[in-house]
Write a protein that binds this ligand. Structure first.
Ligand code: B16
Ligand code: MG
Length: 212
């Protein structure tokens, strides 16, 4: 298929910040005495910050007010940002960078479609500040994945119809969002084996066989 634009999820596709999300949520959960482990953390993939907190609080006996929830989410985000500050361009793999460069040299427009409100900081840490033609992220949406808003905005920012764009995702919620928006979806990691995925990627550079 000939796609003119490729919209990449960030965490789990371009780079791997899930271990930092886990560490930060774990510290917050321990502080309020709520059980949290890596299995629960897997349910947070691609899901917004507040929706992630709701999943963690399923194990709490206490009812938290909206203000208290904001405070908990802020606390987690402060810890998370301190961890992100340790990231460097070495956290961007050569395979990902070379594949992005090759797609660009084939004339593709490249965009980010991420739930994260920390997208710009992450891109800057890994040396991709200013690299993408468009960025749609947690700061410009009101509905998080599996709602298609983040990808629809990315296509709009690229100035392209949905059918010209391919979405690359690692999370089921992200593939659901792509499908809901009418996009084809290429899945990597757990999303590669999800039945709504259009293309299964074993490794990131497999994209070069999908986007000709
Ligand atoms: P933040 P993605 C998502 O990024 C993460 O996978 C998810 O775990 C996180 O809760 C979400 O971003 C929001 O992140 O707290 O930084 O706004 O996979 O959509 O790039
Ligand atoms: Mg992701």
């Amino acid at each position: 298929m000939n796609y003119k634009g490729v919209i990449f999820d960030l965490d789990g596709v371009i780079c791997f910040t899930d271990k930092y999300h886990y560490q930060a949520w774990k510290e917050m959960a321990d502080e309020i005495g709520v059980y949290f482990d890596e299995v629960i953390n897997n349910r947070l993939r691609g899901v917004s910050r507040m929706a992630s907190l709701e999943i963690i609080l399923e194990r709490s006996d206490k009812t938290y007010s909206p203000k208290e929830k904001e405070e908990l989410a802020d606390k987690k985000n402060e810890i998370y940002k301190q961890l992100l500050a340790q990231m460097t361009p070495d956290d961007l793999s050569e395979e990902v960078k070379n594949t992005l460069d090759e797609l660009r040299s084939r004339g593709c427009q490249l965009a980010i479609g991420s739930s994260s409100k920390n997208t710009k900081m992450i891109l800057s840490q890994i040396g991709l500040d200013g690299y993408f033609d468009a960025i749609s992220d947690g700061t410009n949406i009101t509905h998080s994945k599996p709602d298609p808003e983040v990808f629809l905005k990315a296509a709009e920012y690229l100035g392209m119809p949905v059918t010209d764009c391919l979405v690359v995702e690692d999370a089921q919620a992200g593939i659901d969002a792509a499908a809901a928006g009418g996009f084809d979806g290429a899945g990597i990691g757990e999303a590669a084996v999800y039945d709504k995925t259009t293309y299964r990627l074993n490794t990131f550079s497999d994209l070069l066989a999908v986007v000709k």
